[in-house]
Design a protein around this ligand. Structure first.
Ligand SMILES: Cc1ncc(C[n+]2csc(CCOP(=O)(O)OP(=O)(O)O)c2C)c(N)n1
Ligand SMILES: [Mg+2]
Length: 597
């Protein structure tokens, strides 16, 4: 909402001196005053929060201004969903709750998908939304943007709070922070009604009401007997396997996790966002032999990974079970912060409950120096498959078809990421996601940010903005052309803040592929295809960034190298074969109509 039509707070709020954050000028007689706006800002700052992702409008317009005036970084988006995704991934990267700030009803709802996605993915985030007048909303009298936001948010997040009195802002923000980051992290909703912001409070009382949260994510130490049970199981294994999930990446226990893998000598598989926890080129990585190790392993240790659909629920054919629901016979050790996670899909023989850092260090302490490496035949069988698959992939990558396909384009991206291991990689799409995940090696932890547990489209530009803002590193966003469309307008945001983001659209003219036709022969195109030959690069040029159309790997390479070197916002429209791609990428089998041709 433009500020001209926004009667927001200034009129209602006490007069504020331009630089007087946290203090409101007072005449000689009256005490120094503050208000809801300043208490929210002061509470966030007191807790080390320095960035807000949001979109202004009634009733939070002035909050965004005052936050910026107070030295917070306020990143203003074109759509709240993208601000929400940005906040959530900032939370993943930093272990501090990412803040998304929205207006009431529609702005709140736009942010809600990101909040739910954050909760599903265990990203700590706080969605702060302004809301309309309680007494009007509750009587359903038709207020401006009327909605009972707290009730709607509740089932979609870890916790939801509302603050009605300025004196309670400190408690509200403290509770939101603790809920977001303690235990299993997740999304939190904080409802701030319009009337709260201009409420005046004596400055001294206001200051005293704020809470600096002590130890917001307390360590949770695993029980010693649980650790012993896990180690016994691991010790007896003939074909052990470690699975690293994004919980392991979130934990920032990188050195201990690497030590655990290396000292036990156990092969490991990284889940998508755990890639780079150890470099993907590590000799113990079994990623290139995934379909062999899952059914063949006898003991599997899950570290911060859940046995959800991404791991075929720990059973069925992927795991060597006969039918789709049959157990493959593996024993599982599960290291997880949530005691409720174990047995969610199959029996967990050794749950180790605690924060990943504490659990891994306890496991390491229990291992000692005399640990025997896994049997050589297991390691040899994996190495054989891995080498074969790596050689096969190298052959595919070396081909240079015209037009480009996913492989020849991603071969370039693979080289660029190898040369720039500190760069952040954002990735979404179907084929564009699956091929990137398997082709592009990661070398450092928490560099790969993607669609996560839901496989949600739309995270691209929000994640890219946050990745650039929070890390200061160049960002490479590998996007399907459909995926990009969900957040494409944020290229303006990328240009406005002059962020070092290089968007590469793997453009095959459609969802999964671009060669489908309307079976009736009618005028409408297939629901799966887009305008052919779309010039996505012009979108970036429209806002002053660099746009490049690349039809060969050499053009793509040059454009990406230039983008990384210049740090200028860049969009490369990488035109690839519109027939290259399969329905839903690697998860065709989940698609109920895919078999009915
Ligand atoms: C929010 C949301 N809407 C819809 C989908 C379904 N979906 C999965 S992948 C995808 C797009 C795939 O096309 P593209 O991004 O161009 O990737 P490609 O396979 O063509 O490389 C869609 C629409 C989703 N995952 N999330
Ligand atoms: Mg596509």
């Amino acid at each position: 909402m433009a500020s001209v039509t926004d009667p927001a707070a200034p009129a209602a709020a006490p007069a504020t001196p331009p630089s007087g954050v946290g203090q409101i000028a007072a005449d000689a007689q009256s005490p120094e005053m503050t208000d809801g706006f300043h208490l929210v800002i002061d509470a966030l700052k007191l807790n080390g929060i320095d960035t807000i992702f949001g979109l202004p409008g009634i009733p939070i317009t002035d909050l965004t201004r005052k936050a910026q005036a107070a030295g917070l970084r306020v990143i203003s988006f074109r759509h709240e969903q993208n601000a929400g995704y940005a906040a959530s991934i900032a939370g993943f990267m930093t272990q501090r709750p990412g803040i998304c700030l929205t207006v009431s009803a529609p702005g709140f709802l736009n942010g809600l998908t990101a909040l739910a996605n954050a909760t599903t993915n265990c990203f700590p985030m706080i969605l702060i939304s302004g809301s309309s007048e309680r007494e009007v909303v509750d009587l359903q009298q038709g207020d401006y943007e009327e909605m009972d936001q707290l009730a709607i948010a509740k089932p979609l997040c870890k916790a939801a709070f509302r603050v009605l009195h300025a004196e309670d802002i400190g408690v509200g923000i403290a509770r939101a922070i603790r809920a977001a980051v303690s235990g299993r992290p997740g999304g939190v909703y904080l409802d701030l009604p319009a009337k709260l912001f201009p409420q005046a409070v004596e400055a001294e009382a206001g200051r005293k009401s704020l809470i600096k949260v002590v130890d917001p994510a307390p360590r949770q130490i695993p029980a010693q007997d649980a650790v012993q049970r896990a180690l016994e199981l691991l010790k007896g294994a003939k074909r052990p396997l470690i699975l690293l999930g994004k919980g392991a990446a979130y934990a920032q226990a990188d050195a201990d996790i690497r030590a655990l893998v290396e000292r036990t000598g156990i092969p490991y598989l990284p889940m998508s966002m755990a890639k780079g926890l150890l470099p993907d080129t590590h000799e113990q990585s079994a990623a290139a032999a995934r379909s062999y190790v899952l059914p063949a392993a006898d003991v599997v240790m899950l570290i911060g990974a859940r046995l959800n659909w991404l791991l075929s629920h720990g059973k069925g054919k992927t795991w060597g079970g006969k039918g789709s629901k049959d157990w493959g016979g593996q024993k599982f050790i599960q290291v997880d912060i949530s005691p409720q996670e174990a047995d969610s899909n199959v029996r967990i023989d050794a749950p180790v409950v605690g924060d990943i850092g504490s659990c891994v260090s306890a496991l390491l302490a229990g291992i000692g120096p005399g640990w025997a490496k896994p049997p050589a035949d297991w390691l040899g069988a994996i190495a054989e498959r891995r080498n074969k698959n790596v050689a096969k992939m190298a052959e595919t990558l070396a081909r240079n078809p015209s037009p480009m396909n996913f492989h020849s384009a991603l071969n370039v991206v693979r080289d660029i990421v190898k040369a720039n291991p500190d760069a952040m990689l954002v990735n979404e799409g179907a084929n564009a996601l699956d091929f990137t995940r398997s082709i592009v090696d990661m070398y450092k932890p928490r560099k790969r940010l993607d669609v996560g547990t839901w496989g949600v489209m739309g995270i691209g530009m929000g994640f890219s903005v946050a990745a650039a803002v929070m890390s200061g590193q160049p960002v490479i966003a590998i996007e399907g052309d459909s995926a990009f469309g969900f957040s494409g307008m944020e290229v303006e945001t990328i240009c406005r803040y002059n962020l070092p983001v290089c968007v590469v659209i793997l453009n095959n003219n459609g969802v999964y592929r671009g060669d489908e036709v309307n079976p009736t022969g009618g005028r409408d195109p297939s629901p799966l295809v887009f305008v052919k030959g779309a010039r996505y690069e012009m979108l970036m040029e429209a806002f002053g960034g660099v746009g490049v159309k690349a039809t060969t790997p050499a053009e793509l390479r040059r454009a990406m190298e230039d983008a990384i070197a210049s740090r200028r916002p860049t969009l490369v429209n990488a035109v690839i074969d519109e027939g290259a791609g399969t329905e839903s990428g690697r998860i065709t089998a989940l698609n109920p109509t895919a078999k009915k041709k």
